[in-house]
Design a protein around this ligand. Structure first.
Ligand SMILES: [Zn+2]
Length: 311
């Protein structure tokens, strides 16, 4: 068994205005890092663009219609001050969702032990009927529903260590008793959600906010004392990861003080829980991370651990 890598040039087709942090160079940086010799054993596979049926697992038709109507034929248009569309945006966003669903298929079929989806745009801020925060579709949440509804899994967890709270994932999975959503994030910070008392309709949401300036100790305590014990009790059949690397101390959009070792550590802890409950099955999807060298090195460290644990 091995680790699968899903990535596609469609992820380079989503353009944002000059100076926008969520830029094409992010994906170039991650792909360049994963091009190193030690990543040669990664299983690289095809990935389709998501179909309407895939997106409708978590979004109403009206959301698809709104985005299709807003997509420009040339140039860039803003949906809000952060979230822009270019002619390639929906191709990229659909390919990211398609990659996450295909990654779920691969780990459930046993062709890969675990998988990383290196795509953009990110997804965890996309609410059921609203694109926001650089996000258009709820990639991780759709992958979770795909596993529940189409593969018949009983319980799927989404774990999110991006520095921003995944308001979209939380909103989509709020009423879903078969899912668990656990997040550490800086608070206060965009998007403003993620307080500990936001626990979902079925008490399956666990938020562990961190103060600006928090580093290794607070981050690891949040996971070891608050999120992972609840995940252990939930006993997921599959773990989806919203892997954002913007809690790195070098990131320009936030003020946590994590380093590469912390991303390796959380990946390892997630794999421990996956080994205990889910046959080791982990599907990780790229979310944020806006300092290119920190992003590249952190994503590489994340995939290093997935490969070690997937052997
Ligand atoms: Zn983020």
């Amino acid at each position: 068994m091995t680790t699968a890598l899903f990535t596609h040039d469609d992820g380079l087709a989503h353009e944002t205005p000059p100076g926008h942090p969520e830029r094409i160079d992010r994906l170039h940086a991650v792909r360049q890092a994963l091009g190193a010799e030690r990543f040669a054993p990664l299983l690289r596979d095809e990935m389709p663009r998501a179909t309407d049926a895939d997106l409708l697992l978590c979004h109403p038709q009206a959301h698809l219609d709104t985005l299709a109507a807003a997509a420009p034929e040339t140039g860039l248009v803003p949906l809000d001050p952060d979230t822009w569309m270019s002619p390639g945006t929906l191709h990229a966003a659909r390919r990211a969702v398609g990659g996450a669903c295909r990654a779920v298929d691969a780990v459930l079929a046993g062709t890969a032990a675990n998988a990383f989806v290196a795509m953009r745009p990110p997804g965890h801020h996309a609410e059921p009927a609203r694109a926001m925060g650089f996000c258009y579709f709820g990639t991780a949440a759709i992958a979770a529903r795909h596993a529940l509804d189409r593969h018949g899994l009983a319980r799927v967890a989404v774990l999110d260590f991006d520095v921003h709270h995944g308001n979209g994932t939380q909103a989509i999975l709020w009423d879903e008793p078969r899912s668990f959503y656990g997040s550490s994030h800086q608070m206060p910070l965009f998007p403003g959600t993620g307080a500990p008392d936001e626990t979902g309709a079925h008490d399956t949401i666990v938020n562990a906010p961190l103060r600006a300036g928090a580093g290794t100790g607070a981050f690891r305590r949040a996971w070891d004392e608050t999120i992972l014990p609840r995940l252990d009790a939930f006993a997921p059949d599959l773990i989806i990861v919203s892997a954002g690397f913007d809690a790195h101390r070098a990131d320009p959009l936030a003020s946590l003080e994590l380093g590469i070792d912390d991303f390796a550590w959380i990946t390892s802890r997630i794999c421990d829980l996956a080994d205990a409950h889910a046959g080791g099955r982990v599907v990780s999807t790229l979310e944020g991370g806006y300092d290119l060298s920190a992003l590249a090195a952190s994503a590489a460290a994340h995939v290093d651990v997935l490969m070690e644990r997937g052997e």
